[in-house]
Design a protein around this ligand. Structure first.
Ligand code: ATP
Length: 235
């Protein structure tokens, strides 16, 4: 579905990604793990068209997208849930969700998509008229994911959804990600510092270190890899 072929990405003269190649297969959960500053956010921003690679290519269903602007990438079916959620705090839950459907013109379609998101996250329906800022951290993360789903993406990209959440909520968020993949058939690209939990739900996983992919394998295999165990799992 998504093929990234040897991209180099810079911020001005500073290089952040080196020859990064990665494939996301349709229907799967692909995970990129790495520590602070490894380049995970840069990778997602480049796929969404917020940054453009200096060299290399990105293909989505065979179409080259690395020079396309963000709104076209959304239209093609890629949604990006950013790190830190970026909700509109003084808007209601429902208004925040509707912002995720800003490229949809058909009111009926927006209403149906809203119903679909409320089915996945019943708590958001209960709180539909509440201001986003009054939600708990876990609920805010659900709202951010729900807003991403409002564009009816084929590929949902999640930037550290577990960040800042209590351990119990982290598990809940990962369960939801699994459910969105399993029950709704949405392909997921997840980047995470929470290596253990992320690898557990990954079909395929990559390790990003200092802007370079240093390893790729099935999630379960990487969980047992010596380097991963030492560097990321504290074993
Ligand atoms: P984190 O989990 O802390 O967000 P990350 O893996 O997402 O880390 P990135 O945010 O992609 O990492 O950062 C990768 C590298 O690019 C880092 O060295 C960072 O300092 C640098 N970087 C990120 N944003 C900018 C920017 N706007 N200008 C210059 N350098 C940047």
């Amino acid at each position: 579905m998504l093929n990234i072929d040897s991209i180099d990405v810079y911020y001005g003269s500073v290089q952040a990604l080196w020859k990064v190649s990665l494939t996301v297969a349709e229907g799967e959960i692909t995970v990129v793990v790495g520590s602070n500053g490894a380049g995970k956010t840069t990778l997602l921003k480049t796929i969404s068209g917020l940054l453009h690679p200096k060299s290399g290519n990105i293909f989505f269903f065979g179409k080259k997208i690395d020079k396309a602007p963000p709104y076209e990438i959304v239209k093609m079916g890629i949604a990006h849930v950013p790190e830190g959620r970026h909700l509109f705090p003084y808007m209601t839950v429902e208004e925040n969700l509707e912002m995720g459907a800003h490229l949809m013109r058909d009111k009926q379609e927006i209403a149906e998509t809203l119903d679909w998101v409320y089915q996945i996250f019943p708590i958001l329906k209960e709180r539909r008229n509440q201001l986003a800022r009054t939600l708990s951290g876990g609920e805010q993360q659900m709202l951010a994911i729900g807003r991403g789903l409002m564009s009816k993406p084929k590929l949902l990209m999640l930037d550290e959804p577990s960040l800042g959440l209590a351990p119990k909520l982290v598990l809940q968020v990962f369960d939801l990600v699994k459910k969105i993949n399993n029950d709704e058939g949405i392909t997921i690209l997840l980047v995470e510092q929470n290596v253990r939990q992320a690898l557990q739900i990954a079909h395929k996983a990559y390790v990003l270190e200092n802007g370079r992919i240093i390893m790729e394998d099935k999630g379960q295999e990487l969980l047992h890899n010596e380097h991963v165990k030492k560097a990321y799992l504290g074993l």
